[in-house]
Write a protein that binds this ligand. Structure first.
Ligand SMILES: NC(=O)c1ccc[n+]([C@@H]2O[C@H](COP(=O)([O-])OP(=O)(O)OC[C@H]3O[C@@H](n4cnc5c(N)ncnc54)[C@H](O)[C@@H]3O)[C@@H](O)[C@H]2O)c1
Length: 458
C-alpha cells in the first residue's frame, strides 16, 4: 500500500465520489490503493501450467469476462458456446480477434479433455444445470452471479461441486476488489467499534440500467436456438424481448435482488466476515415507472437480520443520486463506500463532560460536577496531546479492474487447488439473501431462513 500525495489533477481524476468529500478532506488524506497484481503473476508460468478454459454464454457479461482475462498470465480461452450465433463472433472479438472453437452445444466444451475450467455466463435459469454438468465433467467452474435461480438450485450446485472436488468461484467480483479489501482491513481493525447498522444501495436511472436493452437486428429463430435457451422454463413461442431482457422475468432471472442485491450482499459478507445467510428478511417496494410487462418491482427495499447487525438494502431504477453506496455505522467510526471511494470517519463518544442534563441542576451542583470532571480527566501535558484520528479516504488507481482480480483468483486456484475467495457456499449464501428478499416481497411476509430444513419459510 503506497501513500501518494496528489496533484489537483489527480484529485479530479478520482471522480465524483472523492469530490463529494472534497470540502471536508484534505488532499493529503487520499490514498491510492496499490493493486495486488495477482493477475500479473508473481512468477513465470510455464506453458505446461497454462489453464485452458471454455466459456458458456458469451453475451454482455461473457464478453466482458473474456476481455478481463486478457491481462492474466497463464490462461487461454480455447472454446465458446452460445445459443445465438452472433455471439460466437462477439466472443472472438472480445479475445482480440483470436480464432477459437465456437458452437451452440455446450456439451462439446464439457466433453473436451484438454479444457480444465469453464466460465458460465448464461442467464440465471441455466446456472444449475451447467455448473452441475461441468462439475461432473471434472471441470472447475467460474459461475456468474447470482449463483442460483432458486434455493434448490443452490443446494444442488454446492453438492455437485463438493462431490466432484472442483474449484468453484461465483462472479461477484467486488469480493476481489482492493477497495473492499481495505474496507475489510478497517472492519477487522476494530476502528469502527461495535457496528449495529449497515445501509447499502445500488441505484440507477437509465433504461439500460433497468434492463431495457435494444433487440439486435439479426435476432431471429434462425440465429437463436430459442427452444434450448428456455431450458427448464415453460415452453413458449419465440420472444426476443425475453431473450434480451430476461432479467425482467421470473422464469429466467431474479429482478433487482438477483441482479444488484447480490453484489451488495457479497461485498458486505466479505467485509464483515459473514459466513451465513441472513436470518430474516422483510421487503417492500413497487413497480412505479417500468410498467412494460416485467414481473419485478423497480424499487426494492429489504431489511435483514444478521446475528450481530441489521442491514438495509435498497435498489431502484428511477433515481441514481446514491449510485453504489455502502455505509457501516459504528460506535467509534463510519465507513462509507461511494462508487470507487472509501472513507473512514472517526466519531464520538469523545471524552467530554455532560453538557445537557446538568442544566436542569442547581448551579452549585453543576459547577461541582464540572470541577470533579476536570479532576478525573486532566488535560494532557504539553507535547503529549493526541489529535483525534483523521478522516481517511482511499481509492483504487484509474483503470483498476476487480473483475480481472476475481478471475485471476479463480485461475490461480485452478492451478494451485488453494481455496478461492468466493466459493460455492459463499455464493449460495449471498443468493439465499436475494431469494429471501423476493420471497418477502412476493408473499408480503417476513422471510426466515430455516437452516435445518434448508428452506425459506414465511
Ligand atoms: N458480475 C457482474 O457484474 C455481472 C454483470 C452482468 C451480468 N452478470 C451475470 O452474467 C450472466 C449473463 O448475463 P448477460 O447480461 O451476459 O446475459 P446475456 O443475455 O447478454 O447473455 C447470456 C448468453 O447466454 C447464452 N445462453 C443461454 N443459455 C445457454 C446455453 N444453454 N448454452 C449456451 N449459451 C447459452 C445466451 O444465448 C446469451 O447469449 C447472468 O447470470 C448475469 O446475472 C454478471
Amino acid at each position: 500500500m503506497k501513500k501518494n500525495s496528489l496533484t489537483r489533477r489527480d484529485f479530479v481524476r478520482l471522480g465524483a465520489g472523492a469530490a463529494a468529500f472534497g470540502a471536508a478532506v484534505p488532499l493529503s488524506g487520499i490514498t491510492i490503493l496499490e493493486p495486488s497484481s495477482l493477475w500479473a503473476s508473481p512468477r513465470p508460468i510455464p506453458p505446461s501450467d497454462t489453464v485452458r478454459f471454455g466459456i458458456i454464454g458469451t453475451g454482455v457479461e461473457g464478453c466482458s469476462l473474456l476481455r478481463s482475462t486478457l491481462p492474466i498470465a497463464g490462461v487461454e480461452c480455447v472454446a465458446a458456446a452460445d445459443l445465438y450465433d452472433s455471439r460466437h463472433i462477439a466472443a472472438k472479438e472480445a479475445l482480440g480477434g483470436k480464432e477459437i472453437f465456437t458452437t451452440r452445444e455446450y456439451r462439446r466444451i464439457l466433453d473436451r479433455q484438454d479444457i480444465q475450467a469453464v466460465i458460465v455466463a448464461t442467464p440465471d435459469h441455466w446456472h444449475r444445470r451447467l455448473v452441475v454438468e461441468a462439475a461432473e465433467a471434472k471441470k472447475d467452474v467460474y459461475c456468474e452471479k447470482p449463483m442460483s435461480h432458486s434455493v434448490a438450485d443452490g443446494l444442488a450446485m454446492v453438492e455437485a461441486v463438493r462431490k466432484n472436488k472442483r474449484m468453484c468461484t461465483v462472479g461477484s467480483q467486488r469480493v476481489s476488489s482492493i477497495l473492499y479489501r481495505k474496507a475489510k482491513e478497517i472492519w477487522d481493525s476494530g476502528k469502527l467499534g461495535m457496528v449495529d447498522t449497515i445501509l447499502a444501495a445500488w441505484d440507477r436511472n437509465t433504461d439500460s440500467g433497468a434492463w431495457v436493452y435494444p433487440i439486435a437486428p439479426d435476432a431471429s429463430e434462425k440465429t437463436i436456438d430459442w427452444n434450448t435457451w428456455l431450458g427448464d422454463a415453460p415452453k413458449i413461442p419465440y420472444d426476443e424481448t425475453r431473450f434480451f431482457r430476461w432479467r425482467c422475468y421470473k422464469d429466467y432471472g431474479a429482478g433487482l435482488a438477483g441482479d444488484l442485491f447480490v453484489h451488495l450482499l457479497s461485498g458486505i459478507h466479505f467485509i464483515t466476515g459473514t459466513s451465513q445467510p441472513p436470518q430474516r428478511a422483510l421487503s417492500t417496494g413497487g413497480l412505479y415507472h417500468y410498467k412494460d410487462g416485467r414481473e419485478f418491482p423497480d424499487l426494492l427495499w429489504t431489511m435483514y437480520d444478521y446475528p450481530n447487525f441489521q442491514l438495509v438494502l435498497r435498489c431502484n431504477h428511477n433515481n441514481n443520486e446514491e449510485g453504489e453506496f455502502f455505509g457501516f455505522y459504528g460506535k467509534k467510526g463510519t465507513l462509507i463506500i461511494r462508487g470507487s471511494t472509501l472513507t473512514f470517519k472517526p466519531q464520538g463518544p469523545y471524552q467530554l463532560p455532560e453538557d445537557y442534563s446538568v442544566f436542569g441542576w442547581p448551579a452549585k451542583l453543576r459547577s461541582e460536577y464540572y470541577a470533579q470532571w476536570s479532576k478525573d480527566h486532566p488535560a494532557p501535558e504539553p507535547g503529549k496531546f493526541k489529535m483525534e484520528q483523521d478522516t481517511e479516504v482511499y481509492s483504487p488507481p484509474q483503470g483498476y479492474s476487480d473483475t480481472t482480480d476475481h478471475l485471476a483468483n479463480f485461475f490461480e486456484s485452478v492451478r494451485t487447488r488453494q481455496p478461492v475467495v468466493e466459493d460455492e457456499v459463499y455464493g449460495h449464501h449471498a443468493a439465499l439473501g436475494c431469494h429471501m428478499a423476493n420471497y418477502s416481497y412476493e408473499n408480503k411476509t417476513i422471510a426466515h431462513w430455516d437452516a435445518d430444513a434448508k428452506k425459506i419459510k414465511g
